[in-house]
Write a protein that binds this ligand. Structure first.
Ligand SMILES: Nc1nc2c(c(=O)[nH]1)N[C@H]1C(S)=C(S)[C@@H](COP(=O)(O)OP(=O)(O)OC[C@H]3O[C@@H](n4cnc5c(=O)[nH]c(N)nc54)[C@H](O)[C@@H]3O)O[C@H]1N2
Ligand SMILES: Nc1nc2c(c(=O)[nH]1)N[C@H]1C(S)=C(S)[C@@H](COP(=O)(O)OP(=O)(O)OC[C@H]3O[C@@H](n4cnc5c(=O)[nH]c(N)nc54)[C@H](O)[C@@H]3O)O[C@H]1N2
Ligand SMILES: [Mo]
Length: 788
């Protein structure tokens, strides 16, 4: 068999398709990083027309005294002697430092209807928003509004609601802790816990899953642990694109001889070899470092069964060791002292049928054996995971099973070992810590209420999916978004459009134009804000914002660039002003918070444990580590122990039902990111490591499935979802690209495929849209046929 990508004996440069509409599909034979990254950075800077004075700041991400990279939540090596070069970090910074502007004159020239005709890529390319704007229905245009009038309009809409639960307050994880804390305080004083956030679509399965096993919904490792690990299991993650600085860490691990395994239906090129742009030798000799040595390719959603298989094999190997009298495979001391539920877990593993695990995971017994041997040979194992684990129906169960597996050998809470969920947005973890949470704990609410002398709402609020449902039902009438691109990031695009359009008011606190601003309520506001890379002065004093990375390091970030416009306000100031206009300042001096962010940090310190001497501790380079109890083997669970949790393979799932109906024709679709996008922001049309250039409407498919379905690579297909609610869901015109992906599984980019994700196709417990397992059918593209 020949694959277009990803090795195998018959790897070849095949099917090079070139035409204007199709773009170019070819094999990418270079390592990740290297000169390719440098070249792309140069292209990007030119495209964004970054002003001369701002060039140097592109490379100042994550420097002490500088700003935290808005790219991703991977932590920084504070003791690194040189800067950490990150191609996609530079792109994120360049996108913010662009010299292009969306001014009131731009809106004067373009109706909303006309702008809606533009692609997401084109919308992004217009540049930074400069002034607050209000929608004018008479002209179908956004027109300038003063900041004061904008705040008044929001307050008046909020006051008109029958009850506070008719408003929803979205957060995308870029806002600093200060803005997020003031936001949640305002919203709770207003009277609701309606905090849909990007996390609901992202690592929610982690945040909901880990508390029942290890007690805290966060990772247990720090970067130092990577220096001691001998085995790294990377589940469902594409770090070369999404967390490029992680590759630097993996490179060091690999050089030290650590075993790195990628568990991913795709053999991601970027995990094969990496040329570190910081390594003079690698750059000059065009050499690179091998990253993953083993690639295990489960079916989409097959990780649960795979991990359970590895756990079963680990138990069997322990039985063998017992029989032979050799060293135990289980960490019996850890299990005895720290864990609950092991016996039931072991009994379930023993009963588990092997064939079911093989069928369900799509991984052969040999590969399960290989992975099990690697796992039990590892003395210090770190398991990392991303969206490949968290965006399925069984994601919470998979997170539990991974915890179980790691607990079997005591791989939690000791040096060089642990759980490492790799978050997306640079401060999504911090946002949750400081209260962006629709299901807040009662302790947190009590503490907040005590410090601010009010009774916070106790009932749970709406998450993302619930918010959309409630809008469609007419229950949520006001939407406020602190960052993000709600309509494009969420599932079931046409329904989400209807939902937003049914609102009385939609408000976006935002840096750049996106589709969410154009799919608006009867009243609508665009409130332009400073980006994290920009100097934020309040009363002449430079303000920093604090962020928490994926490894619970909290540090301060100071912008360095001149703001994109004089009429921008900071996120903290905007939120404080909305609060002031809505609630008045009798209980809280909101405007004092806007004037001095250290006061917000003082308040966070009062409300939350772990932030003692907050202002002092963030003044130190590198900041501080926010205590994670599970890292110290303190288990904040109902049993006071780390819990083994039993789960079985789900028998009745939408995918299985759809398969019963459609047999082999049914494909499971995953939606993922290309190299040149940041979530809904499309920087360019390429996905370099996967060999796709100039085209985003592609669908990766196994060559044997192509044959079976009667297609050829390079043909166009339309996709439709198989779902049982009578709603038709289509996404049309996708180019078939052969790929090394398991049979029955296909992949395409988000957000183009979001119309295919049913709103009620969600993960158990976490309610996360199942963006990585959508049952779909392909058919020859009607739109292409009609055009021809
Ligand atoms: N440049 C850039 N950086 C980013 C982002 C961006 O868009 N661009 N987004 C940020 C955000 S918010 C996030 S959450 C992260 C996302 O970073 P990732 O977690 O890497 O997310 P995806 O790109 O969706 O890729 C998921 C990976 O999981 C694999 N996968 C899909 N389904 C399965 C499965 O069932 N099992 C397994 N084992 N693997 C599977 C896919 O092949 C792919 O390699 O990145 C952050 N950083
Ligand atoms: N099908 C499918 N859907 C998915 C996913 C998937 O893998 N597949 N992934 C999900 C995931 S993991 C996530 S996290 C969500 C992402 O969902 P969101 O966070 O809502 O989306 P983004 O595209 O990151 O938001 C980009 C917008 O944020 C604004 N912005 C950028 N910087 C700033 C800033 O500093 N301040 C403010 N106020 N605004 C700013 C800009 O206007 C920009 O257009 O999407 C989810 N949706
Ligand atoms: Mo994310």
């Amino acid at each position: 068999m020949t694959y277009l990508h990803g090795g195998g004996p018959a790897k070849r440069k095949a099917n090079v398709e070139k035409s204007k509409s199709q773009g170019t599909i070819e094999t990418y034979d270079h390592p990740a990083g290297g000169w390719g990254a440098v070249k792309y950075v140069a292209i990007n800077m030119i495209k964004e027309k970054v002003a001369g004075g701002k060039y140097r700041t592109l490379f100042k991400q994550n420097q002490p005294e500088g700003f935290d990279c808005p790219g991703c939540a991977w932590p920084d090596r504070q003791h690194a002697s040189t800067f950490e070069f990150c191609e996609n970090g530079v792109k994120a910074v360049a996108a913010e430092a662009t010299s292009k502007r969306v001014t009131p004159a731009f809106f004067e020239k373009n109706t909303v209807a006309a702008l809606l005709e533009q692609s997401d890529y084109e919308l992004e390319q217009h540049g930074r928003l400069t002034d607050p704007m209000r929608y004018d229905a008479k002209t179908d245009k956004y027109v300038p509004v003063s900041w004061a009038d904008a705040y008044k309009l929001i307050a008046s809409h909020l006051h008109q609601l029958d009850n506070p639960h008719q408003a929803a307050f979205y957060t995308s994880g870029r806002a600093g802790n200060e803005a997020a804390f003031v936001y949640q305080l305002f919203v709770r004083m207003f009277g609701t816990n309606n905090f849909p956030d990007c996390s609901n679509m992202c690592h929610e399965a982690t945040s909901r899953g880990l508390p029942s096993t290890v007690g805290v919904g966060k990772g247990t490792v720090t970067l130092d642990d990577f220096e001691h690990a001998d085995t790294l299991l990377i589940f469902g993650q594409n770090p070369a694109t999404n967390h490029p600085r992680m590759l630097g860490e993996l490179r060091e691990c690999s050089k030290r001889g650590a075993v790195i395994v990628s568990i991913n239906p795709l053999r991601e090129r970027g995990l094969e070899r990496f040329a570190d742009p910081q390594s003079v030798v690698e750059m000059l000799t065009l050499s690179s470092t091998k990253i993953a040595s083993t690639f295990i390719q489960p079916k989409l959603g097959g990780d649960f069964a795979l991990i359970k298989g590895v756990a079963k094999r680990t138990l069997e190997l322990d039985d063998e060791a017992l029989a032979l009298g050799t060293e135990r495979v289980l960490d019996t001391a850890f299990i005895a002292e720290h864990c609950a539920g092991f016996d039931a877990f072991a009994a379930d593993l023993r009963m588990q049928d092997w064939q079911e695990l093989v069928d369900e995971s799509g991984v052969s017994r040999d590969d399960i054996e290989k992975l099990s041997r690697i796992y039990v040979n590892g003395k210090r194992v770190i398991a990392t995971w991303g969206m490949g684990i968290t965006q399925h129906k069984n994601s919470v169960q998979t997170v539990h099973m991974l915890s179980n597996l790691m607990m079997m050998r005591g791989n939690i809470g000791r040096e060089g070992a642990g759980l490492c969920p790799v978050r997306g947005h640079s401060n999504v973890q911090g946002n949750r810590t400081v209260g962006i949470e629709e299901k807040p704990s009662q302790e947190f609410l009590s503490s907040l209420g005590k410090v601010f002398n009010f009774e916070p709402p106790r009932e749970h609020g709406y998450d993302v999916v619930e918010t959309i449902h409630e809008m469609l039902e007419g229950h949520v009438k006001v939407f406020i978004g602190l960052g993000g691109n709600f309509v494009m990031a969420t599932p079931d695009t046409p329904r989400t459009f209807d939902a937003l359009r049914s609102c009385n008011l939609t408000v976006h606190i935002t840096t750049k134009l996106n589709r969410s601003h154009l799919v608006h309520g009867a009243d609508a506001l665009i409130l332009p804000t400073l980006g994290r890379t920009e100097i934020d002065k309040q009363n002449g004093v430079a303000q920093g914002v604090t962020v928490e990375d994926s490894m619970s390091m909290v540090h301060i970030s100071y912008g360095m660039n001149t703001p994109a416009s004089k009429n921008l306000m900071s996120e903290t100031a905007i939120v404080a002003n909305i609060a002031h206009a809505t609630l008045g300042s009798e209980k809280v001096d909101w405007l004092a918070y806007a004037a001095d962010y250290s006061l917000v940090r003082d308040a966070i310190e009062q409300v939350l444990d772990g932030f003692e001497n907050y202002n002092e501790r963030i003044a130190k380079p590198g900041g501080f580590h926010l205590r994670v109890a599970s890292r110290e083997r303190e288990w904040l669970t109902d049993t006071g122990k780390a819990n083994f949790i039993v789960h079985n393979i789900q028998q009745d799932t939408p995918i299985r039902r759809a398969k019963q109906q459609h047999g082999a024709q049914l494909m499971t679709l995953m939606t993922t990111r290309s190299h040149d996008q940041y979530n809904t922001t499309i920087y360019a049309m390429d996905d370099r490591y996967r060999g796709v250039f100039g085209q985003r409407r592609v669908v990766f498919i196994n060559p044997e499935d192509l044959l079976m379905l009667g297609y050829k690579a390079g043909e166009w297909v339309d996709m439709s979802t198989v779902w049982d609610d009578g709603i038709e869901r289509h996404a049309n015109r996708f180019l078939l690209v052969e790929y090394d992906i398991p049979r029955g599984c296909i992949g395409a980019y988000y957000p183009e495929t979001n119309p295919l994700v049913p709103l009620n196709s969600v993960g158990d417990v976490c309610n996360t849209p199942t963006s990585k397992s959508i049952p779909v059918l392909l058919r020859p593209s009607m739109s292409v046929a009609l055009a021809a």
